[in-house]
Every structure is written in structure tokens, then in C-alpha cells.
Design a protein around this ligand. Structure first.
Ligand SMILES: C[S@@+](CC[C@H](N)C(=O)[O-])C[C@H]1O[C@@H](n2cnc3c(N)ncnc32)[C@H](O)[C@@H]1O
Length: 332
């Protein structure tokens, strides 16, 4: 079984060739069996496949499962019966309506995270602007808090200490490892917007380059040290702009309607954020129902290895083309 390869094959057969305890994470979006007349809706032997999940996973490996309705709850019960522990539930806020005909308009999908053994979810920081995605009220509250700093000498001092002690120790590996994609909607000519964009995406390189500030011996893992007063809300705002915000259980990412090549294609960025919670660099990730290859692209972008299966030749060909385009750009 080759690593970094997608197989045009039934995963129920293909998975049998994967060696025991050789996969770190299985992230997958199986057929939910509710879309009538769609060719992607093929039944599979759930219990047998999930037994294979258990065999191929490392002792502390994760299963990250997308799903909906009855099948989703049944799958999670089967996983529990096989000895997996439920760890968390994530809601993907799609911000668009799947079907306008439903009585209750559905704008989300559910994702469960289960683990064998003692696997624990990683603490992850999400860039400030991305984490605040569309939440204007919350950004406004932060801006008001920052404005209030000017009238509060204690907060002003705390923020000053924080900036002096921390901004210089910005950790370049952390930023580049996060692979932030450009956020739409900023006008280049707007200076305020440019500042906000720089907080999210980094600053353009300048003609004077200092490297001595990036590796400060005193910096801790997050690149933070010094006199930040924990609990000072003004500092927390500045800190989250500089270092990102803790990942939350509701992840809002708008699906790309126009360039999707598959009817249930998941955003690459969503998969990247789920992998950040459950894997490390160089881990092996399996997606047995890989469709458009979003999982493989997320692995390429974040230095994970992948194995995928897709039974349908048309989806397989389209997915491989999409993946190859990403690989070509990265190898240029
Ligand atoms: C819900 S879609 C997954 C979409 C994927 N998450 C994406 O982002 O594109 C399920 C996919 O699994 C494929 N599939 C269904 N049964 C399969 C099987 N037994 N083995 C491999 N692939 C299968 C379908 O053709 C479909 O492309």
C-alpha cells in the first residue's frame, strides 16, 4: 500500500491491504444515504469497515466522521461499541442553505471526533480574522475594548508591556505552518484594512531584515513570555490578534459554490483545521470516501501523508486532476 496515493477502488476491499496500526487519523465523509438517486449514495458494511478502522489505526489514533441524521448517530454508536471513545463534536457552519424546501433550513453539518486509547485533541490557535469570520459585532466589541485602553492607565500599561515583551518574538514557523489563505474583501488602498490584513496574513518583507528577534530564548511554546497579565481583557484582545484564537467547536467556513467539482465537496480549510486538532506533521491520514480529494489537498498543505479511496471513476478522475494542480503549484 503506497502512501500519498489515491486508489480508484472500493474502500472496503482496499483498506484490507493497509497494515495494522499504520494510520494516525481517519477523516471521512461517508455516504449519508439520504440523497435519493445520487450515485455517491452507495451502502457499505458499516460495522465491518469500522472494525477495519480500528485495526489500521495507531493506538491513540482518531476517527473524524462527518455525518447527518440517523446514519450519523448509528455510526457513532457502532464506533463506541467497538471501543472508541467519543471526544468532541464540531459543527461546521456552512452559512448557506442545503435545501430551501426543508421546514427547518439546514446550514450546518455535524462532525464527531473519537479516539482509541488516550488520544487527546490538540490545542490549536486560529488566526484572529479567520476565527472572527463574519462576526462583525465581536470585532466591534474588540475595537471598543482597544479604544477604552486609552482611558485606563492600568490596561494601557499592561498592553504596552505585552507588546514590548511579545510582538518581537513572533514565531515564523508557526505562521508559515498555518498556511493562511488570503481573506477576501480588503481594499489595498485602505490603510486600516491593510493593518488588519497584516495581523491576519503577515507583513510584506522589508529591505531591513532582522532575524535576532524571532528566536528569543525566553519565549515559550506560543512565542509568548514576559509580563502579560492573564485576565487583562485588553491584553487578551491584542494577544488574540497577534497569536490567534483558540479553536472553537463551531467552525464557520463558507463553501465554495462555484468551483466545486463534487456535490458534497468539503472545504480544504475545514479539513486543515480538523487535522490540526487531531494530528501532527508527517502523520498518516486515511480518507476512505475521498470524493474531490479535499483531504489529500489539506494533507499536502499541512505536511501530512495521505491515503485515499474513491470508488467512482468520474469523481476519482476529477479529484486527481484537482490534487495534481495543487501538487504542480507547490513543486514549481
Ligand atoms: C459524501 S462523498 C465525500 C465527499 C468528500 N468529502 C469531498 O470533500 O469531496 C462520498 C464519496 O465516497 C464515494 N464512495 C461511496 N462508496 C464508496 C466505497 N465503497 N469506496 C470508496 N468510495 C466510495 C462516493 O462516490 C463519493 O464520492
Amino acid at each position: 500500500m503506497d502512501i500519498n496515493r489515491i486508489y480508484n477502488e472500493d474502500c472496503q476491499e482496499g483498506i484490507k491491504r493497509i497494515p495494522d496500526a499504520s494510520v494516525d487519523c481517519i477523516i471521512t465523509d461517508p455516504p449519508y444515504l439520504y440523497l435519493k438517486g445520487q450515485k455517491l449514495e452507495r451502502e457499505f458494511d458499516e460495522r465491518e469497515l469500522f472494525k477495519e478502522f480500528k485495526r489500521v489505526l495507531q493506538p491513540d489514533g482518531f476517527v473524524v466522521l462527518f455525518g447527518r441524521g440517523t446514519s450519523f448517530y448509528r455510526w457513532n454508536v457502532i464506533l463506541s461499541q467497538l471501543g472508541f471513545s467519543f471526544k468532541e463534536e464540531v459543527i461546521w457552519d456552512k452559512s448557506y442553505i442545503t435545501s430551501p424546501l426543508l421546514a427547518l433550513l439546514r446550514v450546518h453539518e455535524t462532525i464527531s471526533i473519537s479516539s482509541l486509547g488516550k488520544g487527546s485533541i490538540n490545542r490549536v490557535k486560529v488566526p484572529y480574522i479567520e476565527a472572527k469570520c463574519g462576526d462583525v459585532a465581536s470585532v466591534l466589541q474588540d475595537l471598543r475594548r482597544m479604544k477604552a485602553i486609552l482611558h485606563n492607565p492600568k490596561s494601557l500599561k499592561a498592553v504596552e508591556d505585552f507588546l514590548i515583551n511579545n510582538v518581537a518574538s513572533y514565531d515564523l514557523d508557526r505562521v508559515s505552518g498555518y498556511n493562511v489563505s488570503a481573506q477576501p474583501g480588503f481594499k489595498n488602498e485602505d490603510r486600516c484594512a491593510a493593518v488588519v490584513r497584516a495581523m491576519s496574513d503577515g507583513c510584506t518583507e522589508r529591505s531591513i531584515i532582522r532575524t535576532d528577534l524571532y528566536k528569543d530564548e525566553k519565549a515559550n511554546k506560543q512565542g509568548l513570555h514576559g509580563d502579560m497579565k492573564i485576565g487583562d481583557r485588553s491584553c487578551n484582545v491584542i494577544s488574540s490578534m497577534e497569536c490567534g484564537m483558540n479553536e472553537k467547536s463551531i467552525i464557520k467556513i463558507v463553501r465554495d459554490h462555484y468551483s466545486a467539482i463534487h456535490p458534497t465537496q468539503k472545504p480544504v480549510r475545514l479539513i486543515e483545521r480538523l487535522l490540526a486538532l487531531t494530528t501532527q506533521s508527517d502523520d498518516v491520514v486515511l480518507d476512505p470516501f475521498i470524493g474531490s480529494c479535499s483531504t489529500a489537498i489539506a494533507c499536502v498543505n499541512t505536511n501530512r501523508k495521505y491515503i485515499g479511496f474513491e470508488i467512482d471513476k468520474e469523481y476519482y478522475d476529477a479529484g486527481i486532476k484537482r490534487l495534481n494542480e495543487v501538487l504542480c503549484i507547490r513543486n514549481e
